[in-house]
Design a protein. Structure first.
Length: 338
């Protein structure tokens, strides 16, 4: 059977429409990850290889991986099986990459190196890359999706602090550079920090648990109704924070990982993490104290008494305003110094 040349943006569509393999054909395949450097320094390149074992007539494939974008900066991916690949789809700590052979030929049998992915190590601390799912396609265009459950870990050692292009005149420049050096937050691929960018609940929880060096747990977090929307890279930190009573869900049993965190929520999490005494009679002197929600009032007052929160212009705490990355970094640094 002759095959027409497929454009790269049609590969994923092809993969989604194929006829399933018989179950037995898929059960024999397995997958492993290897890494080029288990203890890289910040700034060094890390290569992760995806290998398939006991393959049968592998003509095309799609891999889905998770990684921590706070510690690893994705650069590129390439297939080691000749053919045509899509441009990797990268979003919120996930990577989707697909490749297909071209022409009327049999697929790969046995063991094969499927692809390699290049990352830059940034910041410092322990992190991992996970292979979550693989779709296999035969030369007869039959497919199967298989859970992979393969992971590799690495520990990045702090190196030279990156010179960000957008913090030279920012009030939090010193705090940002210190936070990056410590390793609980990093910048973006374009060498910016985006200090005025807003922070999600998942991002802040991950920052806080890293800063306090709390051990990450691998719990599945299945108790949350929206568990499947929690990014893979954030799950260890959120699991740790939930187990420690630092963070919890909403009344409808959702976690809402992508929600922007506000200043009252952020302060509450820090006070819980530090196990500060929460005095019901304590009060802050912010001009908008009446706007602080009842559930957060004692936490804000305790943080104010401890001396690691401050207001915005006009001595306003702005409890319901969403937190910027700069504010989150400053709060966490002030807290761990206490």
């Amino acid at each position: 059977m002759k095959r027409k040349l497929l454009s790269a943006n049609l590969i994923l569509l092809l993969l989604s429409l194929l006829i399933p393999f018989a179950a037995l054909a898929a059960e024999s395949a397995s997958f492993t990850l290897t890494i080029s450097n288990e203890k890289p320094e910040a700034g060094q390149e890390v290569i992760v290889s995806v290998k398939g074992h006991d393959l049968k007539d592998l003509y095309a494939y799609e891999v889905n991986l998770g990684y921590d974008p706070e510690l690893l900066r994705f650069k590129k991916a390439k297939s080691d099986i000749p053919g045509m690949s899509i441009t990797p789809i990268v979003k919120n700590g996930s990577i989707q990459f697909a490749n297909t052979m071209i022409g009327d030929k049999a697929g790969e049998d046995g063991d094969a190196l499927l692809c390699t992915l290049a990352f830059d190590a940034i910041g410092n601390g322990k992190t991992k890359v996970e292979l979550n799912e693989v779709k296999l396609v035969s030369s007869q265009l039959a497919s199967v999706t298989q859970k992979a459950d393969a992971r590799i870990t690495t520990e990045i050692k702090g190196g030279k602090v990156e010179a960000f292009t957008d913090i030279a005149d920012h009030w939090a420049k010193e705090a940002i550079e210190q936070a990056v050096k410590i390793g609980f937050v990093n910048g973006f691929e374009d060498h910016t920090f985006r200090p005025q960018g807003l922070v999600t609940r998942a991002e802040f929880t991950a920052m806080l648990t890293r800063a306090l060096q709390l051990p990450g747990l691998e719990d599945a977090l299945t108790d949350f109704a929206d568990d499947d929307r929690i990014p893979q890279w954030a799950r260890p930190g959120i699991s740790t924070a939930v187990a420690a009573g630092i963070v919890n869900g909403y009344e409808d049993n959702t976690f809402r990982a992508d929600n922007r965190i506000n200043r009252a929520e952020m302060t509450t999490l820090v006070v819980r993490a530090l196990k500060l005494d929460v005095n019901s009679t304590a009060a802050s002197t912010f001009s908008d104290t009446s706007q602080i929600p009842d559930w957060a009032a004692t936490y804000v007052a305790s943080a104010y008494k401890a001396g690691f929160i401050q207001g915005r212009d006009g001595n306003q705490f702005a409890p319901l305003e969403q937190s910027t990355r700069a504010e989150a970094v400053k709060l966490i640094l002030s807290a761990i110094k206490k």
